[in-house]
Ligand binder design. Sequence first.
Ligand code: SF4
Ligand code: SF4
Length: 436
Amino acid sequence: MITISRDQERKARQDKRFINKETQTSEKYLRRIEELPGAPEGMKAFLDVLEHIYVDMHGVDIPQRQKTIGTYCVMVPQELIYAAGAVPVKLCSGNYTAFFIGDDIAPRDACPLVKAVAGFKHTGLMPVYENCSMMIVPVTCDCKKKIAGMLGDYCDVMTMHVPTTKNDDDIDEFVDQLYDLAERLESITGNKITYDSLSAAFYKVGRAQYELSEFIKLKRQSPYLIRGTHAMTIMNAYGYMPADKWADALRSVNMSLSLRAVKGEKVTAKKLPRILLTGSPIVFPNMKIPLLIEEMGGIVAGDETCMGERGMWDPPVITDNSFDGMMRALANRSLRPCPCPTFADNSQRIYRLKQLIKENQIQGVIYHVLRGCLVYDFEYKRIEDELGKLDIPVIRLESDYNEEDVEQLRIRIEAFIELIKLRQPVEKNTNIRREL
Ligand code: SF4
Ligand code: SF4
C-alpha cells in the first residue's frame, strides 16, 4: 500500500492552492481584457492561447516531437531556434501568484519579473516552464544574471553576455555567442542548422514581422481602430505561439481592422487622450496599467515595452548572403536597434520615443517602473527632461506584482488623463461613422 507522508500532503495542498490562485488571477485579467469594448474580430485566437497556457495550464501547442526552448529578453534570435527544429517560448513572467512564491526565494529588492520566474520554476507546476529543453538567459541586468544562476539548479541554462555598447567588436563577440548557441541547439534537437533551415526560419519569423508592420501601419494611419490593451495582448501571445501561427492570426485581425477603416468604424467616437506606455515590461497577466488607462478614459496609442513591438520591430538585414552573413544579421538585429536600458548610452531609446510620439500623435507618456527595476528607473530623469523639451507630459508609475497598488495607480492615471484633456483643443466633429 502506498502511504503519503505529512510533507507530501502539505505539498499537495500548497500546489492545489497555487493552481487555484494562478488560474483565477489569469482568468480575471483575461475577462477584463475581453470586456473592454471594441476588440477586433480575430482577437479570440490570442486570448485562447493565453487561456491555454495560464488557465488550462498546458504547454505550447506544438507537435509532441518538437522541443521548446525558453528565452528571456529580446536579444535571443528566434530564427536560430526555429532553424534547429525547436520552438521558442518567452518566459519573462507577469504572474502575481508565482511572484508571491518567488518573493520568499529572491532578495526583497529583486524585480517582480524575476521573482515570478523563480516562483514558477520552484513550484515545478507550470508546463510552459517545465517542458523547456533549455533556457537562454541574456544577462541584461543584475536580476537576470542571478536568476540565470538560480534556474541552473533546475534545468539546462545558457547565458548570453550582452555588451554595454554596440561597437563592431561587440557585434563580433555576439556573433561568436550565436555560433555557440547554434551548437547547443543542435545537440539538444539532434538537427543540424543549415543554410536552408536558417533561411526558412528567417522566412517564418519574417512573415510575423510583416504582419506586425501592417498592424502598426493600420493603427497609425487610422487612429482609434483598436485599443492598446488589445494590441498588447496580441503581442504578449506571441511568446507562446509558433511565429507562423501568430502571423496567420494577426493577418485575420489586420483584415478586420482594414474593414473597420474602410467603414469608418472606431473603438470610440470621442478623441481620447492618446498615451504612450514605456518602461519596464508589461507581461500577461500583469496588464493592470494598460487596463486602468483604458478603463479611465485614455487610449494606449503607443507601446514601447519589450513585450510589445520592440521585440519584433526591426527585421534582420542581410548584406552578405552566406550562412555567416545571416548570423551577423541576427547579431546586428539583436543589439544595434535595441533600446533596452541595459546599454550604457541609450540615446537610441530617446530617438525611438520621439519617433513613436510623432507617428502616433501621443499627448502624454506613462513611464512604468517595476519595483526594483533599476535600469529603467535610472533612465527616467533623462527621458523626463527630453519630453519636457517637447512639451509632452510624463509621469512615472511604480508598480509591483499584486493588486494592492491598484487604487493608487488608478488615482494617478485618472489625474494624468484629466491633465491631458485640459490641454486638448476643444473637440471638433470627427468623421467617425460608427462607434464599436
Ligand atoms: S526591458 Fe530589455 S533587458 Fe529588461 S526584461 Fe525587457 S528585454 Fe530584458
Ligand atoms: S530589466 Fe528590469 S524588469 Fe527586466 S529583468 Fe531587469 S530589473 Fe527585471
